[in-house]
Design a binder for this molecule. Structure first.
Ligand SMILES: [Zn+2]
Length: 316
């Protein structure tokens, strides 16, 4: 069976990228390999031969089913050339702190609204559905985004969103992280986050909040109580550092103007960059986004429509 896997095949730098993905054909071929790493297999009848229409639709020669490489992805029904999407994905993944809508507007000559909606879509591709859970020693804590004063713990307050963070600690170093917007600090919300993101058998360090009601059979749970505030600080220093970095990003880059509806998208992008901060290959991140865009990210029309409503919604 021919192996089309792109995992080891990606541009190493901007020159290679520009040369390689200059045409629609080259981009579609790469999307094809990302979608069908073992070659085309008709999802309808499992036939392996196909022909390609002028619009890059793959048509099974046996049952004549049509397959679009972009249907159901962030590029669904796009009117722009695929080369533009590739350029946006390259910039999105290779610029150290990402790009904002104004950068993308300048780079591609779009309207601000289009650039903004593309970025929201790209952010949706940063999370792999089958990613491995955090393991070893993991610190967990919550923090608030938005609003002026800290609210009462355990419930959300107007203008504020609660974010729960999990941070792997490897001796003094920080490993991978996870961030999620939650509705409240109840045991239900917090334990669901930990169950989804932390491997069984891990050591979980939290403060003494009653919401951290973890299953002792699954986790080695260390609770640090407020009375020993010095311990609390050092025992949770990794997660506190990540919380302050995220707050700085939201306040700095976006002047605190992140529509709470889209906060999770920004957090996902942050996690993507943070967890790959030591990766030496810029092209690998780009390749991952391409894989995500064609395979695991299925975006509904409603989601796409909800993305086409940028900052105006915040003004209202
Ligand atoms: Zn078929």
């Amino acid at each position: 069976m021919t192996d089309f896997n792109i995992t080891e095949d990606f541009p190493k730098n901007e020159m290679e990228f520009s040369k390689r993905f200059a045409t629609e054909k080259a981009c579609y071929e790469y999307l094809f390999r990302a979608k069908w790493p073992k070659g085309f297999i008709c999802p309808n009848c499992e036939h392996k031969s196909y022909w390609i229409s002028s619009k890059y639709i793959h048509i099974c020669t046996r049952c004549e089913s049509h397959f679009s490489l972009t249907a159901g992805t962030i590029m669904h029904d796009t009117k722009k050339p695929i080369t533009y999407w590739f350029k946006a994905m390259w910039w999105f993944t290779t610029r150290k702190s990402g790009v904002n809508a104004i950068n993308l507007q300048d780079l591609l000559g779009f309207s601000y609204v289009t650039a903004w909606s593309w970025l929201q879509k790209l952010r949706r591709c940063t999370i792999r559905n089958d990613r491995e859970k955090l393991s070893g020693k993991v610190e967990v804590d919550e923090f608030y985004i938005g609003g002026q004063k800290p609210g009462k713990r355990g419930r959300g307050s107007a203008g504020k969103r609660i974010v729960v963070a999990a941070v792997e600690r490897k001796s003094r170093k920080i490993g991978r992280i996870r961030l999620q917007v939650i509705d409240d600090c109840s045991s239900k919300s917090l334990t669901a986050f930990i169950d989804q993101n932390v491997e069984d058998g891990s050591q979980v360090v939290t403060d003494g909040w009653k919401g951290y009601d973890l299953d002792q059979n699954r986790y080695d749970h260390h609770q640090v109580f407020l009375s020993k505030s010095k311990d609390k600080y050092s025992a949770l220093s990794g997660v506190h550092l990540v919380a302050s970095l995220v707050k700085r990003l939201i306040l700095g880059t976006f002047q605190g103007r992140v529509d709470s509806k889209y906060l999770q998208n920004y957090l996902d992008e942050y996690v993507f960059r943070f967890n790959r901060r030591t990766s030496s290959s810029v092209g690998k991140k780009f390749m991952r986004i391409i894989q995500q865009a064609v395979s695991s990210v299925k975006i509904t029309c409603a989601q796409i429509k909800s993305d086409i409503n940028p900052d105006f919604s915040m003004a209202n």
